[in-house]
Design a protein around this ligand. Structure first.
Ligand SMILES: Cc1cc2nc3c(=O)[nH]c(=O)nc-3n(C[C@H](O)[C@H](O)[C@H](O)COP(=O)(O)OP(=O)(O)OC[C@H]3O[C@@H](n4cnc5c(N)ncnc54)[C@H](O)[C@@H]3O)c2cc1C
Length: 386
């Protein structure tokens, strides 16, 4: 195994680091306050190829390998989990879904503008009564001539209110569970499609990332907006989530690294009992433990990315990376708050945001429990009670 990065991977990492320091970190507070990330930032990220990172150049992307892509995601997350969420939804979910399942005409029409960063995407599976149990989704469609008519609701959709193209899972009327699910692309502005509720500032974390509920009421689409084979939606959704989860794992590494860097700096400066608190062994233990855990999570993430680059199945490795990363980020951001004392709890230092932002990692794109089920199934076979 070779742990050295290629020149190209190092360049992506260095470019992203510089971008995050200049264009993201100074603006976090303002964006959190407004509850949004300005479109101008997307334009800047598009110029650097960040918004089409894993998409081949032939479709307008940057054609990065997955290891490079995950290093980019880690850096973005070090700056802002909200920005990282937007980029993850754009690349790992929206673009990957089109790359894998759309036909050539659809790729030219929708994937190319997404990969170039000219358009924004969202990906909508979750519903009010179907989260972990996604097969319970009830958004449905019926066919009328050359059109399909969508009815239903989606819940907690990142970028759902601002995306130009929303990919929506729906079931053919009358079907049940995993059967009869299909994917449709709904352009923003389609009559019958609205985002009746958008959460931003009221959330525990990700306060600059809009999270929307979506409603479809007799929403008519041309049949050509079906992505992939009709009825293949369940397989598509699970495959796409596997692509998304690795980005969450890299996001966990990024936010935890930001917390560790802040903690390391603070313990050298803050004095108690006449010396820097970094002299105290109990403080040193938190810093050392954090460093090991961040690195372990990064290695799990890069292993999953490397397997993907080799074209090998990485489902279990992705679930392990996401599960451990989410748990690790909660611990490490908590320790970062702890070493800051009361200042960690106040809004004065960034560690308070890292702590809040880390909480989502074990909830979206499959909770910690769902990752454990995937890992256990690999080891033990399917549970008899399904
Ligand atoms: C900020 C944010 C952004 C999001 N963005 C998107 C998006 O862009 N697109 C999208 O489609 N969705 C998105 N989601 C939805 C997210 O993926 C779901 O919230 C998540 O899958 C969990 O579903 P749920 O909230 O319905 O919880 P539930 O499924 O109701 O789970 C509740 C609890 O029960 C546990 N549980 C459920 N089933 C089992 C089981 N079999 N065994 C053990 N424990 C179990 C869960 O682990 C959890 O602890 C987002 C959510 C948030 C909060």
């Amino acid at each position: 195994m070779d742990f050295r990065l290629t020149e190209e991977q190092k360049l992506v990492q260095a470019t992203a680091k510089d971008f995050v320091d200049r264009e993201i970190i100074p603006h976090n507070r303002e964006w959190e306050e407004k509850g949004e990330i300005p479109r101008s930032l997307y334009a800047k990220m598009a110029e650097l190829g960040f918004l089409g990172a894993p998409v081949p150049e032939t479709y307008g992307g940057a054609g990065m390998d997955y290891v490079a892509f995950m290093l980019l995601v880690e850096e973005l997350s070090r700056g802002s989990s909200s920005v990282r969420t937007t980029v993850s939804v754009q690349t790992s979910l929206s673009e990957t879904s089109l790359l894998w399942f759309a036909n050539e005409e659809q790729k030219q029409k929708w994937l190319v503008p997404l990969a170039k960063g000219e358009k924004l995407g969202a990906w909508a599976l979750t519903e009010p009564e179907a989260g972990s149990d996604a097969a319970n989704l009830s958004t449905n469609y019926r066919e009328e001539g050359d059109e399909v008519v969508l009815n239903g609701q989606k819940r907690f959709i990142s970028n759902g209110s601002i995306a130009d193209y929303v990919q929506v899972y729906a079931r053919k009327a009358g079907t049940r569970r995993h059967e009869g699910l299909s994917l449709f692309l709904v352009p923003q502005g389609t009559p019958g499609f609205t985002a009746p509720h958008v959460e931003s500032k009221s959330k525990l974390g990700l306060r600059a990332s809009p999270t929307a509920d979506l409603a479809f009421e007799e929403c008519r689409l041309p049949r050509e907006n079906l992505i992939g084979k009709e009825g293949d939606g369940w397989n598509q959704a699970m495959k796409t989530l596997n692509s998304g989860r690795i980005g969450i794992a890299a996001g966990a590494v990024g936010v935890a690294r930001a917390a560790l860097e802040a903690a390391t700096k603070y313990v050298k400066e803050r004095k108690a009992f006449g010396r820097p608190i970094g002299d105290f062994q109990l403080i040193r233990e938190m810093i050392a433990q954090s460093a090991v855990e961040v690195d372990a999570a990064r290695l799990l993430t890069l292993r999953a990315a490397h397997l993907r680059d080799l074209g090998l199945d990485n489902t279990v490795e992705v679930s392990m990376a996401k599960l451990y990363g989410a748990q690790m980020a909660q611990r490490v951001t908590d320790w970062a708050v702890q070493v800051h004392g009361g200042y960690g709890f106040s809004g004065e230092f960034e560690v308070e945001r890292y702590f809040r932002d880390a909480r989502i990692l074990g909830l979206y794109e499959g909770t910690n429990e769902i990752q454990k089920l995937v890992i256990a199934e690999h080891l033990l076979g399917p549970s008899t009670k399904r």
